[in-house]
Design a protein around this ligand. Structure first.
Ligand code: SF4
Length: 321
């Protein structure tokens, strides 16, 4: 049994200009203790995928189809009250700059205790005790639960948010750019910490970021999204060593290689498409140097090219850059 199984998820936004297919037929799964990364340019559907799992979508967004199984339960079939109980307890989410969400006039430990009281039914004092333990886990001195947010550095506040995300021993943590606002040293410490906790508690971790180097360090599997669809997915080795989609190849090339020659990394030509008027055929064809007539007419299927490696391209890696 998978910890999380997302099947054919379709999340669309209803706008005055029409329907925006932000997540279109997305499927992936996550095992206990594993980490999956989701990458792609802004607007590719990464965050909407995460928000769909927790059903924390904006008002004009609607899930038009699909299933999201957490173990054996389809989250999309739950009513709001049941789903609210799952948040924090089964699935926690850490947003970019989540540290700014801390209440500035309340001690941090009390804010964590509140979550524990609400979801675990413990007393407030028991919640504070648990907050102390969580602070030790995220390597902050336990007596700092009495501090206010302004007494913490950015890195400490983000650690406190991770402590809060762990408060109810969730089965899955979703990090949506959880370290983007932090400097690289603190970023590395936070990701190491999540990695350690994930392995220790067999939690699943979904990491959303545009930074492929972080994903390469942290994840077991990787999903590349473009214009609301998965264009490639596979293990980290599949994607980093045998990328098969021209978009993935370009994404990888646009990141500097610290061991390589000192050169300016090439940008991906053009822009992501307007989701209100998508290109026909393959959505990537206007930016793809391998595009042929067929690409402009026929949309490629996501197909398996090896064990766990899938690609949505008519030529699936059989061309040369
Ligand atoms: Fe490029 Fe055609 Fe493959 Fe799309 S289907 S990625 S346009 S080669």
């Amino acid at each position: 049994m998978k910890l999380l199984d997302v099947k054919n998820l379709k999340t669309y936004f209803e706008t005055k200009n029409g329907l925006v297919k932000a997540v279109d037929d997305v499927s992936f799964s996550l095992d206990y203790g594993k980490a999956v990364g989701i990458a792609g340019e802004s607007g590719c559907g990464k965050t909407t995928t995460a928000l769909s799992i927790t059903k924390l979508l904006p008002e004009n967004a609607k899930i038009f189809g699909g299933e999201i199984f957490l173990e054996q339960e389809d989250l999309l079939k739950l009513d709001d009250v049941s789903l609210r109980k799952k948040r924090w307890k089964d699935i926690s989410i850490i947003f970019q700059g989540a540290m700014n969400a801390l209440n500035p006039v309340m001690r941090i430990g009390e804010q964590i205790a509140e979550v524990i009281v609400l979801h675990e039914g413990l007393t407030f004092n028991q919640g504070l005790k648990r907050a102390e333990e969580l602070f030790s886990l995220v390597e902050i001195k336990s007596d700092r639960i009495r501090s206010y947010p302004h007494e913490f550095s950015g890195g400490m506040k983000q650690r406190a948010m991770i402590a809060m995300a762990l408060a109810c021993n969730p089965k899955i943590i979703i990090g949506d750019e959880p370290t983007t606002a932090l400097d690289v040293m603190v970023q590395a410490q936070i990701l190491d910490l999540i990695d350690k906790l994930r392995k220790e508690f067999k939690m699943g971790f979904i990491l959303i970021t545009h930074d492929l180097s972080i994903l390469g360090e942290t994840c077991d599997d990787l999903i590349i999204m473009y214009a609301g669809k998965i264009v490639e997915k596979g293990s980290i080795e599949d994607i980093f060593n045998n990328a098969a989609h021209p978009y993935t190849m370009k994404l990888l090339k646009s990141f500097p290689d610290i061991h390589g020659e000192k050169v300016i990394s090439p940008a991906i030509p053009g822009f992501p498409p307007n989701l209100l008027s998508l290109p026909t055929g393959c959505k990537f064809h206007p930016r793809c140097e391998h595009a042929v007539e067929r690409c402009r007419i026929e949309e490629p299927e996501l197909r398996r090219i090896s064990d766990n490696h899938f690609v949505s391209c008519h030529f699936g890696g059989i061309y040369h850059e």
